[in-house]
Each structure stands twice: as C-alpha cells, then as structure tokens.
Design a protein around this ligand. Structure first.
Ligand code: 5AD
Length: 338
C-alpha cells in the first residue's frame, strides 16, 4: 500500500508540474462520465462573520478589529433560505466563522424551520469546529451535509496557519461527521505561503483517502488585515490543475468552481474550472448589508444566481433541479453490478 501511495504522489507531483492541456481534457471527460452534464447550484447564506479562531490567512480571524461583526437574525436566515429554494437551487449552505455566539439550540431551530418550509431542499453546514454534540444536534434537526475544509494536508504548515488547532483533530472531526450520517466535504487552499507542490499532492491524496462527497478548493488570496497580507495569491493554473487531478483521482466527488477562482480571475476562472472537472456553483444569497463585512480575503466578487446561470449556459451545461446529493453510493452500487 505504502509504495502505491508513494508512486501516486510522485505521479501527482509530475502532473502538477506538467503542461495542463491534456489534464483538463481528461478531467472533463471523467466529470462527464461520472457526474453528467448537470451543474448543481447551492445557495450560500453567510449568516455570521464572528469567529473565535486566529487563522493567519483569514480576514474573519478574531484579531481583526477592522471589520464590523454581524449575525443575521434567525427569522431572516429562514426567509433567505426560502428564497433560495423558490429559485430552484436544491441546497442551502449555512456558512459562518467559528461562532459560539450562535448556540446549538438556536441553530438547530433554524435548520428545523428551513426544512419545514422547504422539505425538498438539502442543508449543508459550514460552521467550523464545534463540540461533537452540536454536530449530532444539527443532524437530528435535519442537516444533510457538513463542509469542513482541511485547508492543508501538511500537519506542520497546518499548525503554523491555525494557532491552537491540529490537522489530526480536523480529520477526526470529519470522520465523526461521516459516522453521524453527514455527507462530508473537505478541501484545501492552493498557493498558501510556505506550501510546496508535494503538499498539494498530499491534499489530493487525503481527499481521496477521506472519500469526501465534495471538495472545496480555491486559491489563496491575501487579506490586508491579516499577517499574510504581503504574500502573493495562488495561481489560476495551479488551482485548475489541482481541481482537475481531484476529479481524475476521486472521479465522482462534487467539485465547486469556487468564488475565490472568480475573484482571482473574473473573466474566466470559474468557466475554466467548469471545463476542467468542476460540476457545482455556489452563488451567494447574503444580503449586501452583511456581505460587505464577510471579508475572508480581499476583493471577493459576488457570484449571484444570474451569474451562475450565465456560466452554466456558457459552459454548454444544464442546471440540476435536484438536491445534488452525493454520487458515492450510486456509483459504488453501479460498479458492483458491473
Ligand atoms: N484565501 C483563500 N481562501 C480563504 N479562506 C479563508 N481565507 C482565505 C484566503 N485568504 C477559505 C478557507 C475557509 C473558507 C471559508 O474560506 O478555506 O475554509
């Protein structure tokens, strides 16, 4: 097993260094075979920018006093979720900083209300690290999926970038979430200061090993109120190559063309990602008065549902009307029949 892993890692490193054209073509055909032509639209509500963490790259870090902190009231979150559902998006993503000011009871109640009003919608949570009992409570309330990005698979770099946190804990939480019945998502940042090509190969291998249902992968973009403000952004090419390789190696994982790609390259970042393996878009439904303070990185562009539809048609694809659940079980069953 060890040697297979090391060969794969070497191969991945080579592919990350190589000319990408063939890689993108292969990723596109793997996407077509395992995921089809439908693009899944997930509506995001960034409902709180409070955060108790100190991640060196993120503008929401608690040391940043330059942003106004907000929490969207529960009634308003439920109302926005209704708008997302009526618009035909099959998933509502509730995203925030690691905010314990939003208690588990209050959040569970929001989840119950969204499900009651919109029974056909799936709920993805992206709330960071919380006590394990909270995850259980959210699952019981009706949450379907949990996105907890591993950010980097290099444990030393992870600890440098996330003071007081460890990669081990993060992976343990992901395993706990899966056992609790969530469809789990992870993902990494490409081009982090101090990150090597080998580290990115490890990210790809970790995603494969975790067998995630989705992987959120985007470039590092500096934020001016953080310690990493003077570092360069990750590149478009390396991010697209990473996405393509994740598609090729993991086959049926849901892969969003992220907003960070649109920010890095507004003309064609997301379009190239859709043509190089991606099959998900996550337009933002956070009302403007809050959104202006959700500054994880500088210059964050807004990808709204109209922009998402435009991209899907430009890429020659169709919009999914379903929830866009995990492909894993379905394909495993299909493969076992063959
Ligand atoms: N550049 C790119 N991605 C970032 N994130 C936070 N800060 C940055 C940054 N400066 C990403 C992290 C986090 C998600 C909410 O945003 O991956 O998980």
């Amino acid at each position: 097993m060890a040697s297979v892993t090391s060969i794969s890692k070497k191969e991945i490193v080579e592919a990350l260094r190589d000319n990408p054209e063939e890689l993108f073509e292969e990723a596109d055909s793997v996407r077509k075979k395992y995921c089809g032509d439908e693009v899944h639209v997930r509506g995001i509500i960034e409902f709180s920018n409070h955060c108790c963490r100190s991640c060196l790259y993120c503008g929401l870090r608690c040391q940043n006093r330059a942003i106004h902190r907000y929490r969207i009231p529960a009634d308003e979150i439920v109302q926005i979720a209704g708008e997302i559902s009526r618009c035909g998006a099959g998933t509502v993503v509730l995203q925030s900083g690691d905010d314990f000011g939003f208690g588990h009871k209050e959040l569970s109640n929001v989840i119950v209300r969204i499900k009651k009003d919109n029974p056909s919608v799936a709920i993805t949570l992206c709330l960071g690290e919380r006590p394990l009992d909270d995850y259980k409570a959210f699952k019981d309330a009706g949450a379907d999926r949990y996105l907890l990005k591993h950010e980097t698979a290099n444990p030393e770099l992870y600890e440098k970038l996330h003071p007081g946190q460890t990669l081990r804990t993060r992976i343990k939480i992901l395993e706990y979430l899966r056992k609790s019945g969530y469809q789990i998502g992870a993902g990494n940042i490409v081009g982090l200061p101090g990150q090597t090509i080998e580290d990115i190969a490890s990210d790809i291998l970790l995603l494969k090993e975790l067998d995630v249902y989705m992987a959120g992968i985007g470039p590092f973009i500096p934020q001016k109120e953080t310690p990493l403000k003077d570092y360069a952004s990750g590149t478009l090419e390396l991010t697209l190559k990473t996405l393509a390789l994740v598609r090729i190696y993991t086959k049926n994982t849901h892969l969003p063309a992220t907003t960070a790609l649109a920010t890095l390259s507004p003309e064609n970042g997301q379009l190239l990602a859709l043509r190089g393996g991606c099959n998900v878009l996550m337009p933002d439904w956070t009302p403007e008065r809050y959104r202006k303070d959700y500054i994880i990185y500088d210059g964050k562009v807004r990808v709204d549902v109209e922009k998402a539809k435009e991209l899907i048609s430009k890429a020659g694809r169709t919009i999914s009307r379903g929830r866009g659940d995990s492909f894993k079980e379905r394909n495993e069953k299909a493969e076992s029949v063959l």
